[in-house]
Design a protein around this ligand. Structure first.
Ligand code: AMP
Length: 198
């Protein structure tokens, strides 16, 4: 399986690039943010609890997101692979994901980070907020809180995968197609290595 963690702060372009990658490589897109928003829209207890944290720019508890991902991975166990978008966001989530994939006979192939600076992120998110309808994109203080959560709790996840020799990064500023091309170069190299191992 080809299992990619697409990494980067809120507004880095993970959602946009994930859509393009799933089309090209026939992967399943798993975005914990999207899954949580579906729970909110469905008015579930999980959704209502998560909404309070999301509206404050804080992370939802690890067990909640790991549980959601686990059920999706099990549903799609015969897929060509997954793109994890917005997950894992903490080291315990990354450990939980490793365990879950191992139990299902697979593993993370690579984490690819999209590098974008904080000022550009705030600009992009405020712009996205005008059309996305996401309350967490419409308030600058909340955006800064989300970026701060990312900087403190999520950046260590990159070290976690670097420690496994599975980390690489591309420049996330510039033309969408150019960024996509860089991502594809990394993924194609990865696929070639996987083929050689067979
Ligand atoms: P996103 O759509 O990825 O920007 O996520 C929106 C919000 O959902 C985040 O600000 C968090 O409150 C919550 N969330 C999404 N994914 C996770 C995760 N993996 N761990 C904890 N909270 C998450």
């Amino acid at each position: 399986m080809l299992n990619i963690v697409l990494f980067g702060p809120p507004g880095a372009g993970k959602g946009t690039q994930s859509q393009k990658l799933i089309d090209k490589y026939n992967l399943i897109h798993l975005s914990t943010g999207d899954l949580l928003r579906s729970e909110i829209a469905a008015g579930t207890v999980l959704g209502l609890e998560a909404k309070k944290l999301m509206d404050a720019g804080l992370l939802v508890p690890d067990e909640v997101v790991i549980g959601m991902i686990e059920s999706k991975v099990k549903t799609h166990r015969h897929a060509a692979g997954f793109i994890f978008d917005g997950f894992p966001r903490t080291v315990p989530q990354a450990q939980g994901l490793d365990k879950l994939l191992h139990e299902n006979g697979t593993e993370i192939s690579c984490m690819i980070a999209l590098r974008v600076d904080d000022e550009e992120l705030t600009k992009r998110l405020l712009l996205r907020g005008k059309t996305s309808g996401r309350p967490d994109d419409q308030n600058e203080a909340l955006i800064r809180k989300r970026v701060q959560e990312y900087n403190t709790k999520t950046t260590p996840v990159a070290d976690y995968y670097a420690g496994q020799g599975k980390y690489c990064a591309v420049d996330g500023i510039g033309d969408i197609e150019e960024i996509f091309k860089s991502l594809c170069q990394h993924i194609d190299a990865l696929k070639e290595k996987q083929e050689e191992k067979k």
